[in-house]
Design a protein around this ligand. Structure first.
Ligand SMILES: C[S@@+](CC[C@H](N)C(=O)[O-])C[C@H]1O[C@@H](n2cnc3c(N)ncnc32)[C@H](O)[C@@H]1O
Ligand code: SF4
Length: 360
């Protein structure tokens, strides 16, 4: 049986960051207990459809799920544990904002069952944090990180780089500092200016493409020299520290999404379904499923296993990609296409989107 995960989305934040287009909003007096009651009902609904599955990961994402009380986190984990079998090494992650750590939060979350923390540090430079509209400064981020490291074996941090006008030197300072903490996992994102965000409305422009590409290559090089495997476009892990839950998405495994911004993917008797938080199952055609598997799978440095691709959509990968485009990318050294596997090479990484677009 493949890995199977539960994603819990918490859509509330203390403040809205000007670059963020995730479904998240600021709201006072959130009726947490009532919302969690409804999440537990949704858990029961999905459990009835997938009760033969074994849960290998639970992921609390956001928004800011570290605003949930540890008691409510425990209620959700207990509901999952009561309704499915859990694998003995189940990964239970939470995205946490440094501004929610209050001295006891992380140890209470650990007691509630969380065993992996992904800390939204974003930068360790106060001016950059201000520019990003974060409500924490660098020393608060470090304090949260040091606290998390004392409690959790499995810690990750998110950082954003390639900010407008950011120099390689400034970015390297943040990178070296974070590396000195020997985390098992890092998610390093280049700033994107998303439509309808405050940054887009203000006309903020991204760093120029050439400088951003140089930063990406140098970042990947530095991470590899520090023992990290570059396993997904923006994700780097020490051995056995890949994010098991996110791998579900990239490898096309099943998962259930609970909460307003959540969606899921389920295979039931060889039919493939997208699920929404309205508890609707919408059947996907084999081609729709194949296209999303291609889009997600080529983000992984290990690429797409063709046999697994067939099992996950019922179509042969070689039959659905543009073979002429694939041949051209292979002869340009951007793609590797074997009978077992399709993957983008290191030289192809910078043009991943173009490769995917032309293959579909
Ligand atoms: C779901 S978000 C939020 C997690 C958490 N609420 C926080 O802000 O720390 C996950 C990550 O996406 C990244 N991210 C969000 N918007 C981005 C953007 N426009 N460009 C680059 N990275 C972004 C941030 O690193 C963020 O930590
Ligand atoms: S980046 Fe995180 S904290 Fe900021 S608005 Fe988005 S989800 Fe909320």
């Amino acid at each position: 049986m493949s890995d199977f995960g539960i994603y819990i989305h918490w859509p509330f934040c203390k403040s809205k960051c000007p670059y963020c287009d995730f479904l998240s909003r600021v709201k006072k007096n959130v009726a947490q207990d009532t919302i969690i009651d409804s999440y537990i009902k949704d858990i029961l609904f999905y459990a009835q459809k997938t009760n033969s599955h074994k849960v290998t990961s639970i992921f609390f994402g956001g928004g800011t799920p570290s605003l949930l009380s540890p008691h409510n986190v425990e209620r959700v984990i207990d509901a999952v544990a009561k309704n499915w079998r859990l694998s003995t090494d189940v990964e239970i992650s939470m995205e946490a904002n440094p501004n929610t750590e209050n001295g006891t939060l992380f140890s209470d979350l650990h007691l509630a069952g969380i065993n992996r923390i992904s800390l939204g540090i974003q930068s360790l430079n106060d001016d950059e944090l201000k520019f990003l509209g974060r409500t924490h400064n660098a020393s608060q981020a470090i304090h949260a990180l040091e606290t998390a490291l004392k409690i959790f074996d499995n810690c990750s941090a998110d950082l954003i780089y390639a900010l407008p006008q950011q120099s390689m030197k400034e970015w390297n300072k943040t990178l070296q500092k974070i590396l000195s903490y020997h985390l098992g996992h890092l998610s390093l994102y280049q700033l994107t200016i998303e439509e309808n965000t405050v940054f887009a409305k203000k006309g903020i422009l991204p760093l120029n493409e050439e400088a951003a590409a140089d930063m990406y290559l140098s970042t990947t090089n530095t991470l590899q020299q520090n023992g990290f495997e570059h396993y997904e476009i923006s994700n780097y892990a020490q051995p056995n520290r890949q994010c098991r839950h996110n791998l579900l998405y990239w490898q096309g495994d099943d998962y259930v999404g609970i909460g307003e911004g959540a969606h899921g993917r389920l295979r039931i008797e060889n039919h493939f379904y997208a699920t929404t938080h309205h508890l609707q199952l919408e059947e996907l055609t084999a081609t729709e499923r194949a296209e999303e598997l291609l889009l997600m799978g080529l983000r992984l440095r290990s690429g797409i296993n063709k046999q697994k691709f067939y099992q996950n959509c019922g179509l042969n990968l070689d039959d659905i990609i543009d073979t002429k485009a694939a041949k051209d990318f292979v002869s340009d050294g951007l793609l590797i296409n074997t009978p077992q596997n399709l993957k983008i090479t290191s030289s192809g990484l910078l043009v991943t989107n173009k490769i995917i677009e032309e293959l579909i």
